[in-house]
Design a protein around this ligand. Sequence first.
Ligand SMILES: Cc1ncc(COP(=O)(O)O)c(C=O)c1O
Length: 358
Amino acid sequence: MNFASDNIVGASAPVLQAIVEANAGAMAAYGNDEISKRVRARFSELFEREVSVFFAATGTAANALALSSAVPPYGLCVCHREAHIIDDECGAPEFFMHGAKLVGLPGVGAKLKADEVAAYLSSLPKAVKQMPPKALSISQVSEGGLVYSPDELAALGQVCREHSMFFHMDGARFANALVALGCTPAEMTWKQGVDILSFGATKNGGLMAEAIVVFKPELSEALDYRSKRAGQIISKGRLIAAQFEGYFADDHWLANARHANRMAKLLSEGLLQLPGVRLAWPTEANEVFPILPQALNQRLKAAGVLYNSWTELSLPEGEQIAEDEALIRLVASWATQEEDVRRLLEIATSGVERQAAE
Ligand SMILES: Cc1ncc(COP(=O)(O)O)c(C=O)c1O
């Protein structure tokens, strides 16, 4: 039973099938093929407006390139202090921004609040010695598994406009957020002021399927050159693009995300039945952050359940992890078996029963 992340599983059958179908014959290289063109047009259809699309092999590349076009070398990019871009990308965004800095703000469940971002921005001295804020980057779903509502996104978008900043969304779990909200891709992005998006499909069934989707045309001006310099214009680009054909066909991507979210909900509800278990914050997409008695944590580990312990940095005010407790993260994916969720809950429950009998 592996709940360590949503990228511990392979690619889904429709995605693989689409790659196989795209494999035959000769086609133009470097994304100039018919499949890449079709997929770019599909993104415009999906977002209900003209968008520019740049494919990438990893989410890190998509984030770093997106930010490099939004932030000049002397600028600041504001994000959560647990954001993937600041914590998990080995400095790639700063490297590609050529000297620009990421600044991490606090927030429960790795989520930023518009008024807190605004207060931070107002506190910055307006002097030439101060790097000016040029972009805000949020993760939808957040690193704590929380989802920004359209209203919350609109409030952040407004702050960006007031401070002449670009608004970037790291959508590594875009589909999970979308189905959790039940809104359209447009309602979750540009309609709320998002200017540029890292659209992730790898975690939700892709093989290496990431795309930068640009809503503000000025941000796409040099992105093809930047992508090439970053080694992200892939010569057999049709095989990258084809993944998205399989992904979008028959709403496969939405079905995958709904399944993952449902598995997380099952896990979350089941764990909450156990004495001594509470959630650090609500389960809103495909990740669960329970606080468990250490005895239960050890029992799950001893039974071979795989997952990660989590940082206490973004707990709600007043919440504390006692010495005999642990904060962990369990992630469900498009491929998580309901059987595995039930098995984990059985192990957890039998552990509690045994403890009560002792
Ligand atoms: C929030 C977030 N952004 C981006 C990524 C993409 O990273 P990678 O470069 O591993 O594809 C991840 C993957 O863990 C993530 O969780």
